[in-house]
Design a protein around this ligand. Structure first.
Ligand SMILES: NC(=O)c1ccc[n+]([C@@H]2O[C@H](COP(=O)([O-])OP(=O)(O)OC[C@H]3O[C@@H](n4cnc5c(N)ncnc54)[C@H](O)[C@@H]3O)[C@@H](O)[C@H]2O)c1
Length: 444
């Protein structure tokens, strides 16, 4: 038989669900970056009052003026929600005591020692703990190693006596957003939720179901944390395999792109991944390391992850070697050669250079005293090792007078015909000039 206390707890869960469905709850999203801002906007669009908590004062000001700094978030839509008073931002942590729902979307980078740095999550959790009140729902979206929600955040939140899963609710729900991808937006990407107890899972399921078509529940927060790391490790390992194939095909004098595109015609049992100049962004280079670090604590060596890291990290070196050899064949040393880098972001059609392989390639070229310039429509200025570069236009003059054009990122808007026609030599790391056949165009 149900006790009076259990009955009251059940009532609280049902009452919270009713309030979520009727938009009677306020939401605070902590960290308004690539993940947090689109999420905050989506909740606002669906009629929730959202108050973002962001440490960067400039970002706070921009949001409150309706000006977006994230490419996938149009200022027009942001402005509408700000005007309708459904979305605003603040740097004041007091907001955490005035909302029913808190979603953590802060960065999870690596330390210099290449170990997980969860200090941003800890800071966010400490701020929540300070204002924690009965009936609050807390969700962690930042990618992290299995156990973070239950073993680190939960005890921190319980320090003042409230009990997780009864007085407040806690879950992990990984973010799967793919910046620059217009085919799949927040609403269309199924969301996984794992709470610290069934009530937490069920509440967070109800919450996300208001903005996302399909929500999948798993048995624990740990499982949800692992789901995200499996997804990103899968990508890192398969990209590494494609890179290894590229290195091997180079030896065998086979075009790796032709191989992959033909293999891709198999309707089952094969999924195409492509080689490139290396991996970048805030996820693929970091997330698998969160997992291998955790594995080590259990005496387990995650060998696939380590190997994938090694192969992917080697790619910028391989690209520079490829350019060196190609220039050499034309009787030119790399030293003093004019190299135009096309695309410096970590992937196409985003304005994000975090961990971009282009940065490593430029450093390597500088170390070998070549003369580097770049073009990227999304990045007007770039600072590398105290040197400031400005994006040069991509036109007949800038392409024709270079010794080598190195395509690192294949933004869709670029004029590849111009490059194919005017460049003396092209190292194409993305098969951007795949349809052009010429001795001077060297694919990886
Ligand atoms: N970028 C992606 O494509 C992507 C995709 C899926 C998951 N993720 C994960 O989501 C998380 C966030 O990534 P992101 O790319 O949005 O990072 P980001 O750097 O773009 O945004 C994080 C924001 O949090 C703010 N911030 C940091 N500490 C704060 C604090 N204590 N209080 C308030 N604000 C704070 C920063 O100023 C920044 O604006 C990471 O764990 C990442 O791995 C990212």
């Amino acid at each position: 038989m149900e006790t009076i206390k259990e009955g009251r707890e059940k009532d609280m869960v049902e009452e919270l669900k009713r309030k979520i469905i009727n938009r009677e709850v306020k939401i605070s999203v902590i960290g308004l970056g690539y993940v947090g801002l689109p999420l905050a906007l989506e909740f606002a669009r669906e009629g929730f009052e959202v108050i973002g908590l962001e440490v960067d004062g400039e970002r706070v000001k921009k949001i409150n003026r309706g000006v977006s700094y994230i490419l996938d978030v149009p200022s027009k839509e942001l402005k509408t929600q700000v005007k309708e008073k459904r979305l605003k931002a603040t740097s004041k942590t007091e907001v955490l005591g005035k909302v029913e729902i808190i979603i953590i979307c802060v960065p999870t980078p690596l330390r210099k020692t290449r170990e997980p740095d969860i200090s941003y999550i800890l800071e966010a959790a400490q701020n929540i703990a300070h204002y924690l009140k009965k009936g609050q729902i807390i969700v962690l979206e930042s990618t992290t190693y299995p156990g973070t929600t239950e073993e680190i955040i939960l005890p921190l939140l319980e320090e003042k006596g409230l009990k997780g899963g009864k007085d407040f609710f806690l879950a992990f729900s990984p973010e799967r957003i793919d910046p620059g991808n217009t085919q799949f937006t927040t609403r269309d990407i199924p969301k996984v939720v794992g709470g610290i107890n069934p009530e937490s899972t069920s509440l967070v399921y109800t919450l996300y179901h208001q903005i996302i078509r399909e929500v999948i529940t798993v048995s624990s927060a740990k499982v949800a944390e692992m789901v995200k790391l499996l997804e990103n490790t899968f990508r890192a390992v398969n990209i590494a395999l494609a890179n290894e194939m590229a290195l091997l095909c180079d030896k065998l004098k086979i075009n790796v792109w032709e191989v992959i595109l033909a293999a891709k015609t198999k309707p089952f049992g094969f999924m195409a991944f492509y080689p490139g100049p290396g991996i970048g962004g805030h996820c693929i280079p970091y997330d698998p390391i969160y997992l291998s670090w955790k594995a080590r604590a259990y005496g387990f060596e995650a060998r696939f992850i380590e190997l994938a890291q090694q192969i992917n990290a080697y790619m910028p070196h391989y690209i520079v070697d490829k350019a060196t050899l190609a220039l050499n064949a034309l009787g030119k040393p790399l030293k003093n050669s004019e190299i135009l880098i096309v695309g410096v972001t970590y992937k196409r059609d985003v304005a994000d250079i975090r961990e971009s392989p282009a940065l490593e390639i430029i450093k390597l070229l500088n170390a070998r005293e070549s003369r580097v310039s770049y073009h990227d429509p999304y990045i007007p200025e770039l600072r590398i090792e105290d040197k400031i570069y400005k994006s040069v236009p991509l036109n007949v003059e800038t392409v024709r007078d270079k010794d080598c054009v190195l395509i690192v990122t294949d933004h869709l808007s670029l004029d590849y015909g111009l490059i194919a026609q005017e460049a003396k030599l092209v190292i194409d790391t993305r098969n951007a000039l795949g349809t052009y056949r010429d001795k001077k165009i060297i694919p990886i």
